[in-house]
Write a protein of this length. Structure first.
Length: 265
């Protein structure tokens, strides 16, 4: 149990604290005392720390994959803004009539907008210059980002010969496409003249060094496009919640050991 002396001391302390608080309030109202602004400074610093904790550090490949794969950003090559004013051909009166007819209003439909940084990244991909591939390269970058992969840089190193096309036969099977050639004529046995028309199958060569070279050139073009995108979106103030790192895709993964070559599209 608390002694009588300790209880008396505690009560006196509470009384003194109340008197000091009342005196400070009167002095502050009279303008004699000005309280420091330390609490506001602490609050501002706390907001800055919270703001810094929200920032996400990503490489350019991670940022593009987040924009197209997670936020589902889309490419829109409408440079003139024609589709910006498209609206459904339905008036408000028709909507009210339908609501009255069914007796309720149906909620839902449509889609939620993606993050503003994702839209800005998609805009940077759309604006790829023609020297870097233009729209064709933008489509390749978006497709690889949605799949979370990189372009195939291995190619087909085994040369082979394949037909130029295939035809569906009457038996339901696919056969190599054939064409008729020039007429021929020769003298057979017993001096009989035979005539006919040649039938051949047009072919093409695939694989080999040419296929590997083309695949690696496409990969290097993709790396150049990613470097351009990184330069565009790393400008100060362009992105609000993402900080771009200096990490870039490897320029020659076929020369590096330990690279996951299975991730190709």
């Amino acid at each position: 149990m608390m002694k009588w002396s300790e209880k008396r001391t505690q009560n006196m302390g509470l009384v003194v604290a109340k008197q000091v608080s009342k005196a400070l309030d009167k002095a502050r109202k009279a303008g004699a005392v000005t309280l420091p602004k330390a609490p506001m400074a602490l609050r501002a610093s706390a907001m800055v720390s919270v703001r810094r904790s929200r920032l996400r550090h990503m490489s350019v490949r991670q940022a593009v994959e987040w924009a197209f794969g997670v936020e589902h950003a889309r490419l829109d090559f409408d440079m003139t803004g024609v589709r910006a004013f498209d609206r459904m051909g339905v008036s408000q009166e028709w909507i009210l009539a339908e609501v009255k007819r069914i007796g309720c209003r149906v909620d839902g439909g449509g889609q939620s907008s993606c993050h503003s940084d994702a839209e800005l990244i998609a805009a940077a991909v759309e604006a790829l210059p023609v020297a870097l591939g233009g729209r064709q390269m933008a489509v390749l970058v978006a497709a690889c980002a949605r799949a979370g992969m990189v372009p195939d840089w291995r190619g087909n190193d085994r040369p082979r010969i394949v037909p130029l096309g295939w035809d569906l036969g009457e038996d339901g099977q696919w056969h190599a496409h054939t064409q008729e050639g020039d007429e021929y004529q020769f003298v057979g046995r017993q001096r009989q003249v035979r005539r006919g028309r040649a039938v051949f199958c047009p072919i093409r060569h695939e694989g080999g060094a040419a296929s590997v070279s083309a695949a690696r050139c496409t990969y290097l073009d993709w790396c150049g496009a990613m470097l351009h995108i990184a330069h565009e979106i790393s400008r100060p103030g362009y992105l609000s919640d993402i900080v771009l790192t200096d990490q870039m895709p490897p320029l020659s993964p076929w020369r590096e050991k330990g690279f996951d070559c299975t991730q190709h599209i």
